[in-house]
Design a protein around this ligand. Structure first.
Ligand code: SF4
Ligand code: SF4
Length: 214
């Protein structure tokens, strides 16, 4: 019969329309609050009906695995031994694997000897070229580059605001733990501790040496 498909389509739309209000009654304000544990309700398979987000007044928190542009991990600024120190060792792997080649790194040098040191003097990412693939974070052997949740980067001046330098890229380790607690915990287990992998290696070396000396 002609029009059967249209009627079926309309019934689906009507079902969603009704479900929206049934769901609202079921969850109340929780459905529209910005708390992370409300994702299952808002964006997961449990979500029913349709709803509109009044962006930018209303913002839905992003899931932990969400990734936008990368940032560089530095030690917390109140770290007792290495405040603000880069986790990046300037190995250059991220720049090599980056498909659109939007990472530039300048390796640091010891001012006295002129020899390279394992930290970047300069680090740039062109976020307009970055395609948010996450390869840099995936390949970094030191967990030093991570994908950020900050997606509000629109501006009128591309050169001034969209080529992120080291200062703009650097964020404390505690920030990474706050936006991706599960991943940070998995990485910690793989590294064998919350510290930078080089610090952990040094610790192990010292412990071995002390055990031998006994
Ligand atoms: S791969 Fe990691 S450690 Fe190496 S340069 Fe990139 S951010 Fe730094
Ligand atoms: S997310 Fe992908 S495109 Fe962006 S800097 Fe990292 S490797 Fe390059």
């Amino acid at each position: 019969m002609y029009g059967k498909g249209i009627l079926r389509g309309l019934s689906v739309t009507f079902k969603h329309f009704i479900q929206t209000y049934v769901d609202d009654l079921r969850y109340g304000w929780r459905k529209y609050s910005n708390k992370e544990d409300n994702f299952a309700i808002r964006q997961g398979p449990e979500a029913k009906g349709a709803f509109t987000v009044q962006y930018p007044d209303e913002k839905i928190a992003v899931p932990e695995r969400f990734r936008f542009t990368p940032f560089l991990v530095v030690e917390d600024y109140d770290h007792p031994e290495r405040p603000g120190q880069d986790w990046c060792t300037s190995c250059g792997i991220c720049a090599k694997v980056c498909p659109p080649q939007c990472i530039w790194i300048v390796r640091g040098e010891d001012p006295n000897t002129g020899r390279p040191i394992p930290e970047p003097e300069a680090f740039f990412i062109d976020i307009d070229i970055c395609m948010n693939c996450g390869y840099c974070a995936e390949f970094c052997p030191f967990d030093a580059i991570k994908m950020d949740h900050d997606y509000e980067m629109a501006s009128y001046d591309r050169t001034k605001y969209h080529i992120h330098d080291k200062q703009r890229l650097s964020k404390e380790f505690s920030y990474w733990k706050s936006i991706a607690p599960t991943t940070a915990y998995e990485e910690m287990q793989a590294r064998g501790g919350w510290e930078h992998s080089d610090v952990l290696k040094e610790k192990k070396k010292r412990e071995k040496a002390a055990a031998k000396a006994e």
